[in-house]
Design a protein around this ligand. Structure first.
Ligand SMILES: Nc1ncnc2c1ncn2[C@@H]1O[C@H](COP(=O)(O)OP(=O)(O)OP(=O)(O)O)[C@@H](O)[C@H]1O
Ligand code: SF4
Ligand SMILES: [Mg+2]
Length: 365
């Protein structure tokens, strides 16, 4: 008997309501990132919109290849050729001190990807914990030297002060013997310790947003739980927002305030974590939740497989991207028109003709 996962009443961390969190710090609107190749165009991200509020934890979930990493790399302007942002806005609002009006408002999509501005925002304002853990540190330099370099890139302080700060950050993330580990190379550390060093580096400039792409895939289950606990505690202490990608619905249930469900480069549904788990509206969200074999509140729930395969990236279906796999698909509508993302005021926008009849012009870009 299959059981739909729920958000446990007693979570390790209270859910934050968006109404308490003020203006979004990041607003992504209609983002499209395509890879144009000789074989054709991969529309990896094809009209994605979501907000991140100060101090909020946003979880992005969806099957492999649906564009989660490309979406977050686009925000940080880390997409390389043949990839390119072809449309959309990435508004970043750097918070003023003590909740004052934003001191900087900038569309990151308009910045030159190799320019000084984005390099300062990357790491200083928005820090990334990448999907490939080995990508964070060069094997040629000690982790301490690399954290010191990151600190000084964003904050002109002496090497001695940056070194003290780096060791303090390593201590803060629970690194045993931080002075000694400061002199270690990343390849000398276990997976769990390396992940802590990556988090220390990401936090070294007190970013307003921490972006974590599957921060726990490369480490064992016990260490995963410690790392997630650490992220949330640090988020509470520093007030940084966290945007994290995961395949693990259990992690979403435990940590996220707001959930964004992606499929084939588009957002299918989003909303507060309890609404997504308890009253999912999109057939894709329901399929994700229902095909979990067995669940109880503490279970770690890996993203299940859903009936039907994911289409080849070069050959997306016309109409609703989910229609070839959707048990509720309506022929003549779902296979022809692309449903727009519509919020009916419930705070849980959904892109599905079962809930509204609003189609989005498919510009084929
Ligand atoms: N450099 C590239 N060139 C061509 N296509 C790419 C490139 N990088 C990503 N893609 C394609 O973009 C799509 C989205 O990829 P992305 O890495 O964002 O998926 P994902 O949701 O993060 O998957 P996973 O859960 O496996 O990490 C995929 O179809 C992928 O093949
Ligand atoms: S729009 Fe149609 S095919 Fe797409 S999810 Fe809704 S019912 Fe299914
Ligand atoms: Mg990915």
């Amino acid at each position: 008997m299959q059981q739909t996962p729920t958000v446990p009443e007693a979570r390790a961390f209270a859910v934050r309501s968006r109404t308490d969190l003020g203006e979004p710090i990041l607003s992504v609107r209609g983002l499209k990132t395509h890879f144009v190749m000789d074989e054709g165009t991969v529309r990896a991200v094809d009209g994605v919109s979501f907000d991140v509020h100060p101090g909020e934890v946003v979880g992005i979930v969806g099957e492999s290849g649906c564009g989660k990493s490309v979406a977050l790399k686009s925000v940080l302007r880390l997409i390389q050729k043949p990839g390119r942002i072809v449309a959309g806005e990435i508004m970043y609002r750097r918070p003023g001190r003590n909740g004052a009006r934003p001191e900087l408002e900038l569309d990151l999509a308009t910045l030159p990807p190799l320019g000084r501005r984005i390099r300062q925002i990357r790491g200083g304002d928005i820090a990334l914990i990448p999907q490939e853990p080995m990508a964070s540190f060069s094997p040629l330099h000690t982790i301490g030297d690399q954290i010191v370099e990151a600190i000084r890139l964003h904050d002109p302080m002496s090497v001695a002060d940056a070194r003290k700060l780096a060791i303090a950050k390593l201590r803060e993330v629970g690194m045993p013997s931080p002075e000694q580990r400061f002199r270690a190379y990343s390849w000398q550390l276990s997976g769990g310790l390396r992940q802590r060093a990556i988090i220390a580096m990401a936090l070294s400039c007190n970013p307003a947003i921490l972006v974590a792409d599957e921060p726990t895939t490369a480490i064992d289950v016990t260490t995963q739980a410690q790392v997630l606990q650490l992220l949330r505690v640090l988020q509470q202490e520093h007030g940084s927002a966290i945007v994290f990608i995961t395949h693990d619905l259990g992690v979403i249930a435990q940590l996220a305030d707001h959930v964004v469900v992606m499929y084939l480069g588009r957002v299918m549904e989003q909303g507060p974590v309890r609404s997504i788990f308890h009253t999912p509206r999109h057939p894709y969200t329901r399929a994700l939740l229902q095909s979990v074999p067995s669940v109880h509140s503490e279970a770690r729930v890996q993203l299940p497989t859903i009936a039907g395969g994911i289409p080849h990236p070069l050959y997306r279906p016309p109409g609703c991207p989910f229609h070839p796999r959707c048990p509720d698909a309506m022929p003549g509508t779902c296979d022809v028109r692309v449903p727009a993302m519509v919020d009916d005021g419930s705070g849980q926008p959904v892109a599905c003709f079962l809930h509204h009849d609003v189609a989005e012009a498919d510009d084929g870009a």
